[in-house]
Design a binder for this molecule. Structure first.
Ligand SMILES: C[S@@+](CC[C@H](N)C(=O)[O-])C[C@H]1O[C@@H](n2cnc3c(N)ncnc32)[C@H](O)[C@@H]1O
Length: 381
């Protein structure tokens, strides 16, 4: 008996079964055929659309090209039966997510065998051992299979982790995101955290720290003691490494907690995921907050974790409002229901390239988006 999912296929020398890896928890495909350099993109795309996976046995670089060719086919607009153009931003959002899910399903059908030591035994394959180790932990010796698309994601994440993301609010110092940890590539909210006057320099909490970047900005501003929390093991390890590397390891304590650490602080900061929708995979929990769980939890707990006169800083973009997924009134109501009041708000426009790309399906909402730092205080009734 194994305690992990498996993938089976009829190989040339008999049936084979190996461990199946999918970060998103996608079940192992039931129908698997062997594919190689002779497989055409049309045939591969047709099989993938029908739900048949292709276990690749050819040249690695050819597999990449095949995947690109399949992606171009997935991009093509159907001649007949094209969906009606969305009438509202909310419809556009749902259509976009559906299309993304369909695309992920189809392109996830090209599979690679991975050896027990994470070697990819294919011609012209890269050495992805470190990337696999960073995402999956040390190899345990058993062979496995993963989709090529997922493996390319791991390799991309490894490169980001190596290179790091420059943070203007830290004077250009880099943070190095781990695979699966929210990457602060959209740094505008950090500029807000760097410029809004601090209510105190004694102590702060950073709730849901991810890479540790907000804790680092607070420490760089002279906050003497920061407690940073997260629930995700990769985030906790990532934050600890970044904070040590940046020289704040002594002043920032990284702890595993569901939202708040014990005690109170004069400043409690949180950047919850901005979109109240169901994540399609665990990795999307950094972007999607189902039923605004983290947002409500943060607002609801602030009263019990702020020192008298302290401030809660909520970082939130209004993207969800432009999509019709949340109203401003509902947000304000959540704040009031939590016994809080708004002491001030600082806004900043996103700088990311999609905001100025009219071909992006969510362009209307992206172009109108504003990111805010809400300064919240406990209401004195
Ligand atoms: C949008 S990311 C923000 C990360 C980081 N603070 C930043 O601004 O780059 C939200 C983070 O909250 C963490 N998180 C989600 N739910 C949590 C909870 N209940 N308690 C602690 N952390 C949580 C996630 O693991 C993720 O790292």
């Amino acid at each position: 008996m194994t305690d992990f999912p498996t993938l089976s296929w009829p190989d040339t020398d008999g049936p084979r079964t190996v461990r199946w890896r999918s970060e998103a928890g996608v079940p192992a495909p039931k129908r698997v055929v062997i594919a190689d350099d002779t497989t055409t993109a049309d045939a591969a795309y047709r099989l993938a659309c029908e739900g048949t996976a292709l276990l690749w046995r050819g040249d690695f670089q050819n597999a990449r090209q095949l995947l690109q060719a399949m992606a171009r086919r997935a991009e093509r607009k159907p001649k007949k039966g094209a969906p009606k153009p969305p009438a509202t931003p909310l419809e556009a959002f749902h259509q976009h997510r559906q299309a993304q899910a369909q695309r992920a399903r189809t392109l996830g059908m090209v599979l690679l065998p991975i050896e027990g030591d994470y070697e990819i035994a294919l011609r012209r394959a890269p050495d992805a051992k470190l990337a696999c180790e960073e995402a999956w932990g040390p190899s345990t010796g058993e062979p496995s299979a993963v989709s090529l698309r997922e493996l390319l994601g791991l390799i991309g994440a490894h490169e980001w982790r190596k290179k790091g993301v420059p943070i203007p609010a830290l004077g250009g110092a880099h943070v190095h995101p781990y695979y699966g940890v929210f990457s602060p590539v959209r740094g505008e909210y950090l500029d807000l955290i760097a410029r809004v006057p601090l209510p105190s320099q004694e102590k702060a909490f950073d709730i849901g720290t991810g890479t540790g970047v907000i804790a680092a900005v607070l420490a760089a501003r002279g906050v003497k003691q920061v407690v940073a929390t997260d629930q995700d093991a990769r985030a906790l390890a990532c934050a600890r490494e970044n904070l040590d590397r940046l020289g704040y390891g002594e002043r920032v304590e990284v702890v595993e907690a569901d939202l708040f650490p014990a005690g109170r602080a004069p400043l409690v900061v949180c950047n919850p995921p901005w979109v109240p929708a169901r994540p399609a995979s665990p990795i999307e929990y950094a972007v999607f907050d189902p039923d605004s769980r983290m947002l409500r939890g943060f607002l609801g707990g602030l009263k019990d974790h702020l020192e008298p006169g302290g401030e809660g800083w909520l970082i939130l973009s209004d993207f969800a409002e432009h999509l019709g997924l949340r109203t401003r009134e509902a947000l304000v109501e959540m704040i009031v229901e939590a016994g809080l009041e708004v002491a001030g708000r600082e806004d900043i426009r996103p700088r990311h390239p999609k905001a100025s790309d009219p071909t992006d399906p969510l362009y209307r909402a992206r172009a109108a988006e504003m990111t805010s730092l809400w300064r919240l205080k406990v209401r004195k009734d």
